[in-house]
Design a protein around this ligand. Structure first.
Ligand SMILES: Cc1cc2nc3c(=O)[nH]c(=O)nc-3n(C[C@H](O)[C@H](O)[C@H](O)COP(=O)(O)O)c2cc1C
Length: 187
C-alpha cells in the first residue's frame, strides 16, 4: 500500500472565524482526500520578515516553518483577498522563504475564497509561479462570495462550490502523485 502524502494546508486569513480555515478543515475531512492535511492556521504568529535576520540568526520559528515546507509532499494555500492583494501574513511567510529552495518544484493547490478575490487570486498565482512552485489550472480555485457559501460551523452550503472543491481535491492529488513520481527520477 502506498503511504498517504503529507500535505501542509496554509490559511491566509488573519481572522479566527475564517471561512478559508473552514474550507481547509472541510478538505482535511473530505472522504475524497486521500492525503494527510496538516494545517497552519495562524500566520500572524510568525515574526515580521527582516533581511537583517536572513543569515545565521533566522528565528527558530522560521527555521521550523521552512523545514515543514521542505519536507511536505505538497502545499495547499487557502486565502482571502485583502485590499485587492494577498494578506500580509501570507506575504510575510513567503518573504521568509524566498531566499531558500523550500518551495522550488513543490506541487501546490491555490484557493482564493473571498468576497471578490479576483486580483488577490491572480497575484497569488504570480507569486507562487515566481518562487517556482508547480501548479496547473485544475489545482487553482477561486471561490467568490465565500461568506454565502460556507456556514459559520464550516459546512459548504453551495452545491457548485462543493463540486468544485471535490474536483480540486482530485486534481491536486493526481498532480502531487505525478510530480513525486517525476522527481524520483530527477535526483
Ligand atoms: C483587511 C480586509 C481587507 C479586505 N479586502 C478585501 C478585498 O480587497 N477583496 C475581497 O474580495 N474581500 C476583501 N475582504 C473581505 C474578505 O474577502 C472576507 O471577509 C472573507 O470572508 C475573508 O475570509 P476569511 O473568512 O477566511 O477571513 C477584506 C477583509 C479584510 C478583513
Amino acid at each position: 500500500m502506498t503511504k498517504k502524502k503529507n500535505i501542509i494546508g496554509i490559511c491566509g486569513s488573519a481572522s479566527p472565524s475564517s471561512a478559508n480555515l473552514s474550507i481547509l478543515n472541510w478538505i482535511a475531512n473530505a472522504e475524497k482526500a486521500n492525503f494527510n492535511l496538516e494545517l497552519v492556521e495562524d500566520l500572524t504568529q510568525l515574526p515580521h520578515f527582516n533581511t537583517a535576520l536572513t543569515d545565521e540568526n533566522v528565528p527558530e520559528q522560521i527555521v521550523a516553518f521552512r523545514a515543514k515546507i521542505a519536507h511536505a509532499d505538497g502545499i495547499i494555500i487557502c486565502t482571502p483577498e485583502y485590499i485587492f492583494s494577498i494578506p500580509s501574513g501570507l506575504k510575510n511567510m513567503i518573504e521568509w522563504c524566498v531566499s531558500t529552495t523550500v518551495f522550488i518544484d513543490k506541487p501546490v493547490g491555490l484557493i482564493t475564497a473571498s468576497a471578490s478575490g479576483l486580483k488577490g487570486h491572480a497575484e497569488l498565482k504570480l507569486i507562487m509561479e515566481t518562487i517556482q512552485t508547480k501548479f496547473i489550472d485544475q489545482t487553482t480555485l477561486l471561490i467568490q462570495g465565500v461568506k454565502g457559501k460556507v456556514s459559520k460551523d464550516g459546512k459548504i452550503m453551495d452545491k457548485q462550490t462543493e463540486e468544485e472543491l471535490n474536483l480540486f481535491i482530485d486534481a491536486f492529488e493526481k498532480w502531487t502523485q505525478k510530480l513525486s513520481f517525476e522527481n524520483r527520477f530527477k535526483s
